[in-house]
Design a protein around this ligand. Structure first.
Ligand code: PLP
Length: 398
């Protein structure tokens, strides 16, 4: 085996990252190849809903690997049938298509909406999305995203996405025309810095889309699977969307995603959608193990309670250091720093053995495992408190 410390150049250089090499994970903790331990409040980018290497996922994958890894997408397999049934049973949807990443699930949602437009909306193909939104890194999902940094990239983009403003119903209404087929949004804009749609906005959007015969697509790739204290975020607003995409937490760390739709919206015909690894039993076995755990009312209650604790601790921290608001819901929270000091804080936290994320220069995002312990929240707050104290002192000296 080559020595990994000399292998960095074998990977395409697609993002800035520390040279640290991670080799092991357990629950809230990660270890690098020098044995240094890190308290992880990123968890694979809101992916590891049960923490690192949870036994139930490891056992399910190991057992499935010995039984059947993939029979071909041209055949049914029992793990994918079981998971599909379980997901439609716990959600507002009737059918689903498994994907391997969030972007692929969203790409499928966009195709499904266009198909619906062809069948039911005289060829309508435009989808209203939102400024600041993030839906993935395929060409269509980058085009659907409202991320400023994407604007100059990979032109020409896929046409047919018009951007409204979050929590501004009139901005959506103004974009509806005879070509419109759907409205698509993240209930909380995660990558933009954790900006929630209000429950009222989601309800108004549902009413507006119904009134115009449009599909409502919720991208719950970050907010789904218990992240906000309910299995799916749309439940908070008591609405039923037409299409939902899931990713990240659904596999508890393995690459699994899904595109779910109501019976009327699930209008793909043979030849419209597919993929070699989609719905393979290895990933679906992990998904089943995760769903069984995460959908327990006691698990969701305890994730919700952990979210409330983290929120109140962050509010106290903010008050102590003269920072801004705490945004978000459940265990998807952001602390407004009021100054562009996020990257510096993330770097200091990394040195101190705490993994944090700054989705925007002036905000920190917290997305720990849904089973994060009270003591782990306390430890993270203690470290962040010390870093903020040092940063504040440095700012006063400067
Ligand atoms: N949609 C949302 C809301 C996301 O947060 C992400 C990833 O961060 C994606 C889509 C893309 O998912 P993936 O990176 O698995 O393609």
């Amino acid at each position: 085996m080559p020595n990994t410390s000399h292998a960095y150049d074998a990977l395409m250089d697609i993002t800035a990252r520390p040279k640290t090499v991670f080799v092991r994970g357990e629950g809230a903790w990660l270890w690098d190849d020098t044995g240094k331990r890190y308290l992880d409040f990123i968890q694979g980018w809101a992916v590891n809903c049960l923490g690192h290497a949870p036994a139930i996922v490891a056992d399910a994958v190991a057992a499935q690997a010995r039984l059947l890894i993939t029979p071909s997408p041209a055949y049914y397999n029992d793990a994918s049938l079981k998971l599909a049934k379980a997901l439609v049973d716990v959600s507002a949807f009737d059918q689903l298509f498994f994907a391997n990443s969030g972007a692929e699930a969203n790409e499928g949602a966009i195709k499904l909406a266009r198909k619906y437009g062809a069948l039911h909306r005289n060829g309508g193909f435009e989808i209203i999305t939102f400024e600041g939104g993030f839906h993935g890194r395929t060409l269509a999902t980058m085009s659907a995203s409202g991320k400023k940094a994407f604007e100059p990239l990979f032109e020409p983009k896929v046409p047919g996405f018009r951007k409204a403003r979050l929590n501004d119903l009139a901005s959506v209404e103004a974009l509806i025309n005879q070509n419109t087929v759907a409205v698509m949004l993240e209930p909380i804009q995660g990558e933009a810095g954790v900006w929630p749609a209000t429950d009222q906005f989601l309800r108004d959007l549902r009413a507006l889309t119904k009134e115009h015969g449009l599909l409502l697509i919720v991208d719950e790739i970050q907010t789904g699977m218990g992240r906000t204290g309910k299995l799916f975020h749309y439940e908070h607003a008591e609405i039923e969307p037409d299409i939902m995409t899931l990713g990240k937490g659904i596999g508890g760390g393995v690459p699994l995603a899904a595109l779910l739709a109501t019976e009327r919206a699930a209008c793909f015909e043979h030849g419209d959608q597919g993929g070699t690894f989609n719905g393979n039993p290895l990933m679906c076995a992990a998904g089943l193990a995760v769903l069984e755990e995460v959908s327990k009312p006691a698990f969701l209650k305890s994730a919700g309670d952990a979210g409330l604790l983290l929120e109140s601790e962050l509010q106290k921290l903010s008050a102590r250091h003269g920072l801004g608001e705490v945004r978000g819901r459940g265990l998807l929270l952001a602390l407004d720093l009021k100054l562009p000091i996020g990257p510096a804080i993330v770097a200091q936290a990394f040195e101190a053995g705490v993994l944090l994320n700054a989705p925007q220069p002036d905000a920190l995002r917290f997305m720990p495992a849904l089973n994060v312990a009270r003591e782990e929240i306390a430890l993270m707050i203690e470290s962040l408190d010390a870093i903020l104290t040092k940063t504040g002192a440095a700012r006063r000296v400067a």
